[in-house]
Design a protein around this ligand. Structure first.
Ligand SMILES: C[S@@+](CC[C@H](N)C(=O)[O-])C[C@H]1O[C@@H](n2cnc3c(N)ncnc32)[C@H](O)[C@@H]1O
Length: 277
């Protein structure tokens, strides 16, 4: 008999959705997201994804887990015909407000990623997702099937993401001394309490519980290949999009690195795959 007092995956997603709703209300006011700079015309995309994905002009682009829309709207500024998806009502409503304010053409859909095939029609030349997305997803096989379903024949899937090796570490010092916080091969949901948010550690956030899942790089690539996509590249980089450990230093390019050049591990990876049908 299953123990129905135990939380289910649906309960975990609901816990995360409550937290993300609160974060989506708070994040537009943080220096981390610097909405003013975006409203002044700056892109929030990094040279990494802009260069690796290349020209998106006039291409239908689906952005999965778009938060409150800054990157989606930056792809619109780069010429793409964008649709952003997120399960947070607050995130999607802020994204729509920013689209109105900037007069950028964009569709935003509020949906759990796994339910997207019931909520959205169409095919996209580009499916995109980035930085801080996979840890919120319990199942990557199903995630990749959703991507394959929306990717037009010949279309490109591209992701740039926080590397799953770095996230297993509880600490990493500049001399390379590291402490492993959880297994790279952890299968179970990891529930934890967090004060504040990565965008503002001092913030008074009520929904402190978060639930994450660990997904190794092999699992990511295998899920995409199993969904029928042809992998074009997997790149790994020794820098992070945020200060993952106190020993990290920010470079002029905005990436965070461990200073000792002899002790480098990956903190970011990118994958490009094609629907070769
Ligand atoms: C770290 S943010 C994405 C960050 C984005 N790169 C940025 O900095 O704006 C992760 C997003 O995933 C969304 N999310 C988490 N689980 C989801 C799910 N099951 N379906 C749709 N969106 C989800 C959250 O609401 C949040 O907006």
């Amino acid at each position: 008999m299953p123990d129905d007092t135990l939380p289910t995956t649906a309960d975990f997603l609901q816990t995360n959705r409550k937290r993300w709703d609160e974060l989506a209300e708070h994040h537009p006011d943080t220096e981390f997201y610097d909405v003013e700079r975006f409203l002044d015309g700056a892109t929030t995309l990094r040279p990494l994804e802009l260069e690796e994905l290349g020209d998106v002009s006039e291409k239908p682009l689906l952005h999965l887990q778009c938060h409150f829309g800054l990157d989606t709207l930056s792809w619109a500024r780069a010429g793409a015909d964008v649709t952003g998806v997120d399960f947070s009502e607050a995130g999607v409503s802020m994204a729509r407000e920013l689209a109105d304010e900037t007069e950028l053409d964009a569709e935003f859909v509020q949906a759990n990623l796994y339910d997207l095939p019931d909520e959205l029609d169409g095919e996209f030349d580009v499916v995109y997702t980035s930085y801080g997305v996979l840890a919120w997803l319990p199942d990557l096989t199903e995630w990749a099937e959703v991507i394959a379903e929306f990717l037009a024949p010949g279309g490109t899937f591209y992701m740039a993401e926080i590397h799953p090796l770095g996230t297993t570490l509880a600490d990493l010092q500049s001399d390379g001394a590291a402490e492993i916080g959880h297994s790279y091969f952890e299968d179970d949901a990891m529930r934890y309490e967090v004060e504040g948010t990565y965008a503002d550690w001092e913030a008074d956030i009520e929904n402190t519980t978060a639930v994450e899942w660990q997904h190794g790089l092999g699992e990511v690539v295998t899920a995409l290949a199993s969904a029928g996509l042809t992998i074009e590249f997997v790149h790994e980089f020794p820098f992070s999009c945020y200060q993952q450990f106190p020993a990290m230093e920010e470079g002029e390019d905005g990436w965070w690195r461990v200073p000792d050049a002899e002790k480098q591990v990956p903190f970011t990876f990118s994958v490009q795959a094609r629907n070769a049908k």
